[in-house]
Write a protein that binds this ligand. Sequence first.
Ligand code: GLA
Length: 385
Amino acid sequence: MSAVDAGRLAAEFRAVFGGDAPDGLFTAPGRVNLIGEHTDYTGGFVLPFAIDAATTAAIALNDSGRLRLASRSQDGVVEIDLASLAPGAVEGWAAYPAGVVWALGERGVTIEGADILVDSTVPTGSGLSSSAALECSVAVGLRDLTGSSIGLDELVLACQRAENEMAGAPTGIMDQTASLRGAAGHAVFLDTRDQHSETVPLPLTEHGLVLLVIDTHVKHEHATGGYADRRRSTELARDTLGVGALRDVTVADLGDAERRLDEVTFRRLRHIVTENQRVLDTVQTLRSSSPAEIGPLLDASHASMRDDFEISCTELDTAVAAARTAGAYGARMTGGGFGGSAIALVRSADVERVSVAVREAFDAAGCAAPDIFPVEPADGARRIG
Ligand code: GLA
């Protein structure tokens, strides 16, 4: 994927804000989740990786008492009085960067004023965490420019709080962890209960493999609708079963849980419990064999999201089925669901065949053409200028 042109962004920063060059340029990637979906707000396991599409923030600090926010993909400049910055005060895309300023302030990283211009190569609403990329680019920038020693785990929590409370999306900590802790050639294995993370090698090229993203262009919003509903179901299961976190329920406990939960809540629980186990199995497989071996786990994850958690849609199911039939080792939807993207693990020699098959299947199903592109595990957020 193409990178943001840092030189051009710096020049535009001066034009937009009519002043000096930015103090620094900071980039943070989007992510693909390899496996472990909707487990991150239940204290479970996830295995995402940062991708080579990112948001770049050009930032200058000042003592104006105001925050000025601009984006190359949005009209105008959003101006906010820092004294009135609080949940509910900012709407739209600006709630994410403004939320980071607010949440960092709550953690003692305060600023007196700032100008921020962002640009991104992460498609929005595609399940690739454009929100986390935006939050994390601003977060690392403010940390760096204020000279704060706040740690990465705290930055993750500040970005999550920005998203939960300022943008109103009740999401977990997976996306921000991937964006801040990503490493080229690796996935990030995260235990969301204690925030412990480890990188796990994901040597795709070395094994002649490609991970394709199939962006269905079906847009989703996590601030409304199904995402929050699924979260409530998992909380109901947790409270009814009387466990601290659903992570404490194992596959062996499912029989007993089925007797104590209503049918829908049980299926939601079964997805979480089996998905946690699939993450552990995927990590173990990656540590001992070729990544091609994780194919069946990807397939099982998709089936669980389609049938038990019910967060897939026609386009995602079409993408997964067509990729599998055309020879993918495994495929699944990725991200929050209800739209967004699927991923397919394929032999490099099969990329064309799988892509053509998916496009044909979309056409036959009367769905708008998807975007299909490869992604590689990339480095996490950092200063670039
Ligand atoms: C979105 C959220 C994440 C996670 C995924 C589902 O990406 O931002 O926190 O819950 O959905 O796994």
